[in-house]
Design a protein around this ligand. Structure first.
Ligand code: ZN
Length: 225
């Protein structure tokens, strides 16, 4: 099972990636974690990526592709894996396609979590943070016991700079712009859509059904071939 998971900032993608990983016994690989692991391990690619990141640059396709190739060659990826945050560009998608082909692996199942921008803006602008202990609240879904103050230390909650509406709208705009070519690349043949604008447990359920159906299809195909 090879899954590529896409979704806008604030859609709960990380949570669902974790759910799929534990439900289907495959690692959920985010590029961020991969970067940190390679940097920490001091591999050649890690050193290059660290230097670029430290200088405030963008790590190019070649380095990212190399890291993904190394990562999916690890034994824990033998029965599949989920990639979160990759591919981000069409050249990366091309690279992944050739990598999978070369290794005799199947096409990925490409899942887009869909949440209307208005809902994401509402969700994200409802976030509050405790300046003291850094705990995150959400006035809609995870409010503190007493309005405006931290449950743990009573400090007055504040809105993070990242959670201001203008910043969020800009991030969503960037997401759509970045993702459009990837959508075009994979759709309609490999794409699946999941409604992310519902409670997390329902999103998990929808993902589970979609991927279980895929596993069944694949084993039927294997039985008949
Ligand atoms: Zn606190």
């Amino acid at each position: 099972m090879i899954v590529l998971l896409f979704g806008p900032p604030g859609c709960g993608k990380g949570t669902q990636a974790g759910f799929i990983a534990s439900r289907f016994g495959i690692p959920a690989i985010s590029t961020g974690e991969m970067f940190r692991a390679e940097c920490k391990a001091g591999t050649e690619l890690g050193k290059q990526a660290c230097a670029i990141l430290a200088a405030g640059g963008l790590v190019g396709d070649d380095i990212v592709n190399g890291m993904v190739a190394n990562r999916i060659a690890q034994p824990d990826c033998a029965s599949g894996f989920l990639l979160d945050g990759y591919p981000r560009t069409v050249p990366q998608a091309d690279y992944l396609a050739s990598l999978l082909k070369k290794r005799g692996l199947p096409n990925p199942t490409v899942i887009f979590m869909e949440v209307p921008d208005e809902a994401l803006v509402a969700r994200l602008t409802a976030r509050r943070q405790c300046p003291q202990c850094k705990r995150i609240y959400n006035v809609l879904s995870r409010p503190p016991r007493n309005a405006g103050v931290c449950d743990d230390d009573g400090a007055a909650l504040s809105c993070r700079e990242d959670d201001r509406e203008e910043v969020i709208v800009e991030r969503l705009h960037a997401y759509h712009e970045l993702t459009q070519p990837i959508k075009q690349y994979y759709c309609p043949t490999l794409c699946r859509w999941v409604d992310g604008n519902q409670p997390p447990a329902n999103v998990s359920h929808a993902l589970e059904e979609l991927l279980s159906a895929k596993v069944e299809d694949d084993s039927l195909m294997a039985a008949f071939s």
